[in-house]
Design a protein around this ligand. Structure first.
Ligand SMILES: Cc1cc2nc3c(=O)[nH]c(=O)nc-3n(C[C@H](O)[C@H](O)[C@H](O)COP(=O)(O)O)c2cc1C
Length: 206
């Protein structure tokens, strides 16, 4: 099949787009309001953009507290969402009033960050402390569509639980990070689904 993506005329029961761009890591983004109230929400339009220095982005559809806080305070933290934390992660997607914290709502512990004020999720095995860089507004397909904006941050500090480091390597499958697929589906990384391959660019010429 083929369809016009701008008209979104796929003729299927549900929009297939997100099922085709999967798995997407879940950035579990914490921020503080100007008044110091913590906010936490999952974003699967989330990815790393660069390394040395590292940049990450998440994309907010419509008006989101996370975007507002990141823009107003200049800081955010992305904790790793894991299989063990999946239910609490899901709870943090609730649309709470601006002055209520999803940390309290989901029963999660805020842990102090090193370089930025927003806390990371203490129960998560790793977190990226970010300094907000810029917002890129994406043009909408139609005037009535929800606006989307990409929020980009420079990673200034990285927390990794020591238990997940072995012989100098982060053991990703021990963390069991989760990823979003299409529809209501998720996946998690485990040892059985990891394979290793060397890029030709890194192979020695014979
Ligand atoms: C796994 C998952 C991924 C999500 N990804 C996004 C996303 O990429 N962009 C977005 O705008 N909302 C996303 N949402 C919905 C937000 O988490 C939800 O709207 C939340 O209430 C936003 O909170 P905030 O207003 O405190 O930022 C996602 C929800 C879940 C459960």
């Amino acid at each position: 099949m083929f369809y016009d993506a701008l008209k979104n005329e796929h003729g299927l029961k549900h929009d297939p787009f997100k099922a085709l761009v999967s798995p997407r890591p879940v950035g579990w983004v914490s921020t503080l309001s100007k008044n110091g109230i913590s906010n936490l929400a999952p974003y699967s339009f989330f990815t790393a953009l660069a390394e040395k220095p590292a940049y990450v982005m998440f994309s907010a559809s419509g008006s989101k507290d996370t975007r507002r806080n990141a823009e107003e305070t200049g800081e955010f933290v992305c904790s790793v969402a894991t299989y063990d934390l999946r239910k609490k992660m899901n709870l943090t997607a609730a649309r709470l009033p601006y002055d209520e914290s999803e940390f309290d709502y989901a029963g999660l512990t805020p842990a102090a960050s090193h370089f930025v004020k927003p806390p990371r999720v203490a129960e998560s095995p790793a977190a990226l402390e970010c300094r907000y860089w810029k917002t890129v507004e994406l043009p909408s397909a139609t005037p009535d569509a929800k606006p989307h904006a990409v929020i980009i941050g420079l990673v200034v500090g990285i927390h990794i639980e020591d238990a997940y480091i072995s012989e100098g390597i982060v053991v990703t499958d021990l963390m069991r990070p989760i990823a979003r697929l299409g529809y209501r589906d998720y996946a998690w990384i485990d040892a059985d689904n990891i394979f290793t391959m060397v890029s030709p660019a890194l192979q020695k010429k014979t």
